[in-house]
Every structure is written in C-alpha cells, then in structure tokens.
Design a protein around this ligand. Sequence first.
Ligand code: CAA
Length: 472
Amino acid sequence: WPQDVGIIAMEVYFPAQFVDQAELEDFDGVSKGKYTIGLGQTRMGFCSDCEDINSLCLTALTQLMEKTGIDYTSIGRLEVGTETLVDKSKSVKSFLMTAFAASGNSDVEGVDSTNACYGGTAALFNAVNWVESSAWDGRYAVVVAGDIAVYASGAARPTSGAGAIAMLVGPNAPLVLDRGVRSSHMNHSYDFYKPVMSSEYPIVDGKLSIRCYFAALDSCYKTYLSKARKHLDEEVKSLADFKAVLFHTPYCKLVQKSFARLAYNDFRCLSPEAAAALHPSLTAFRDLPLEDTYFNRDIEQAFMASSEEAFLTQTKPSLLLATEVGNMYTPSLYGALASFLAGYSADPDSLVGSRLCLFSYGSGLASTMYSIVIKSGLAQQRLGADVRLPSSNGQAGWSLSQLVSSLSDLQQRLASRQKVPPQIYSDIMKLRESTHHLAPYKPVGCTSSLLPGTWYLTYIDDLHRRQYERVP
Ligand code: CAA
C-alpha cells in the first residue's frame, strides 16, 4: 500500500480586492471595535459579479498545476468541496474538466462534496481514501475547496469572505494524514443553511451556530484523544502534544475561544488535585455537563487567559488568511494550514516530525478532527531539494521545503490587494444580489483589478451556460 499519503502541494487563491473591517464598522454604524476586536477580523475579501465558484476553483486548479509542473495526465482523481452552488445538478468538478481537455485525460474520478464548510474536508478524505484504496491507479489526486461566502446585510455580513485552495494529494507527501484517528461528530441542526435557491445568502441562527460549533469541537476532541491512544505510536493526550492546532475559522475570535475550550477539555481530564492546583476557583465547573458551559463567561475568560500563550504560538499564526480575507467556508481550514506553513518559510525543516491537529466544521452539521504529521517528503530525501514532480508517475512527491517556500509570498500577495470603500463594496453586494441566477447576463464588474492568471466569468447565455476567460 502507498505510504505517507497526504498533501504534497497547495495553491491559495483569494480575491484581489478587500474592504477594511474598521471602515465597515463606521459604515454599518456599529460600535467601534465590534468587527475588529469583537470578531477579530481585519479585512474582508469579496468578489464582484465577474467571479463565480467555477472561475475561483479554475484559477486555483490551473495555478497549482503550473506551479508544480505536473502534467494533467498524471491526475486520476479530482474532488471539489463547495457550498456555493450555481447548479443543483452539474458539479463544479465537471466544469473543471475543461482544464484537462488539452491533455486528452478524461479518466478522472470524483465529483463535488457539499455540506456547508465541511465539503473541502470531505473532498480531501475522498482523495486520500482513493490513494490508499484498491482502486488507486498510481496517479495523483487533486482537491479544490472553494466558496464565495456572502451574507445579507446585518450582523453576519462582517464574517463574509471568498477564496479557493487547491491541494495535490498522493503518497510520500510532506503532510501525512494520521491513520485511524479521524474523529467525527455529525448531527442534525438548522444553525446555518441555504434552502432558498434564488438567493446566495444563507439563513443563519448565529448563537445556535456557535453552540453547535463548540459541541462538535468537544465531541471530536474527546473521540480523537481516545483513538490517538489506540492508534498512534507517540503519546497524544492534550493540546501540548501538537505543534499547532488549526480550526475552521468563521471569525478569528471564535477560534481563540475554541482553543480555550480545548484547554478547558484538558482541564476536565486532570485529577481533582491537579485541577485544583491549576484553577482553584474553577474546580466546581470541572464536572458540569459540557452543554451547560458553552456560554459560561467565567470558564471562557479563565481559560482564554490561561491558554493565551499557547494560543499565540500554536494557533494565532494560522489566522493570517482568516483575518485578512475572512471566512472562505470550505477552504477556511486549509487557509489556516497554508498560513501556518507560510510562517516557517525561513526554516521549513524545523517542522519535520511535528504533529498538527485540524478541526473541520460545516453547519447543518458535519465535523471532524484529524491530525497531520510533517515529513520532509520523498523528493527531498532521495532526489535533492530542487526536484520537480515527475510528469507521469505517482511515486515521487514535492519536498516539504518546496511546499512551504511556494506559500512564502502570502503576506506580500495580501498586502498588494486593492482596498475598496465600504459604499462600493455594498453596491457590489447589491449587484450580486439582484443578478444572482439571471440569464442571459453579462457581468459588469471591473476585471482590471484581477491578477494575471485569474479566470473570470464573461457571459451567461439564456440557457444558463457560463463562459470564462483568463487574464493573460
Ligand atoms: N468592541 C469590542 N467587542 C465588541 C464590541 C466593541 N465595540 N461590540 C461587540 N463586541 C463583541 C461582543 O461582546 C461579542 O463578544 P462575545 O462573542 O465574546 O460575546 C462579539 O463582539 C460579537 O458581538 P455580538 O455577539 O453582538 O455579535 P452579533 O450577534 O451581532 O453577531 C455572529 C456575531 C453571531 C457571529 C454573526 O456575525 C453571525 O451570525 N455570523 C455567521 C455565523 C457564524 O459565523 N457562526 C460561527 C459558527 S458556525 C460555522 O463555523 C460555520 C460557518 O462558517 C458559517
């Protein structure tokens, strides 16, 4: 069986324009600090009407292929995770096959996975499962997670965002998914859902969604630790055993609270004596039913304070894309992974042997906690750091240093985006709203801000067939 199956290379795409969250606070007339401190958001990426889910995913896919130099004939599976549906039947994956046309390769398994922000993780698991299965034919898999996250104007709108991330999956990977420890919590809930096909916007019960997120986190963590005891060689019994803890990030403040929540879960596992020594005033909270503790301010504040230092090193560096672009939905967790890796571009090899914990959450609800172990990658071990992926077999991989250095320009790419005033952002949202699912339709959004290599929508004909072009 193929060994060390996981993520070999990544490509991140986010919109070329953003709105500033502090300016948005003024524009929306909310109290100063509500979005920037209360939610922990700095900037928010958004798309005009000339970008849609197909163009976003196509940009991420083609740029991944160009960056790695891999041939389209070397891909045997393509998976898409998205909740941004422009069609109830035709998958985004089927559209992405346009990129394969010139290669003549149509032998590519996989379609779309949809369940709110969880679809990217479902797609990744499908890809990994395929490589580890009897159906594997020796080629690579590609996963594309993409979404345009938009909310009706109101409390949820500052938690919008957009983006797409493409990942190359195969054996001998630098980011290896641990086997036997994936731990899920799946349940029915109407916390966030999109029943109205004529609108891009979800129906959201904000407080319920936070409750569901915390419940899923608690449940996944408990199951993960018990599976880790059985299936991992190394001891993994608390937060301290991970180099980093990465979360699906609807907004950054929730992630800091979630990190503190995991610290609270660890506290509950301590002996009464150890718990009393750590938080003498909180021992009474140790045995409360977990569901009674989600909005308990005493617990939240105590554990946010006591876990702050660990949060700053284990999680904060992974929030770069989340605070700068916003909630990308399905790519959000993988944006955290890319942000974390980008922080190690000066010394990627220091990561070798580290274990990362990842928590994926999609409303409705589906959630999984799993872990990744970082290895140097076969290419570097055997073939030297400069080796490119071979074009026709699935046996080699990109090295860790190639993966990390390919992400090292994230900060600079974020800094070079165009800032747009809130009024224009609001007008563009109104335009998207009034033209959603309109056909025929010619987008009027400005394409001059799009970077070279970006795909964009040029026309929707009267049969809702979409046409695209690429910025040269
Ligand atoms: N300065 C500093 N902080 C301020 C402030 C100010 N001037 N004004 C308010 N705040 C604080 C509040 O005290 C609050 O802090 P706590 O969370 O610690 O209580 C925080 O800012 C947010 O304020 P509100 O609770 O008043 O915010 P709201 O009710 O208006 O909306 C929200 C917040 C519910 C998250 C809303 O943005 C929303 O519905 N977002 C979409 C749903 C979502 O993201 N849910 C998260 C889990 S679901 C999920 O993960 C799936 C997904 O991707 C959607």
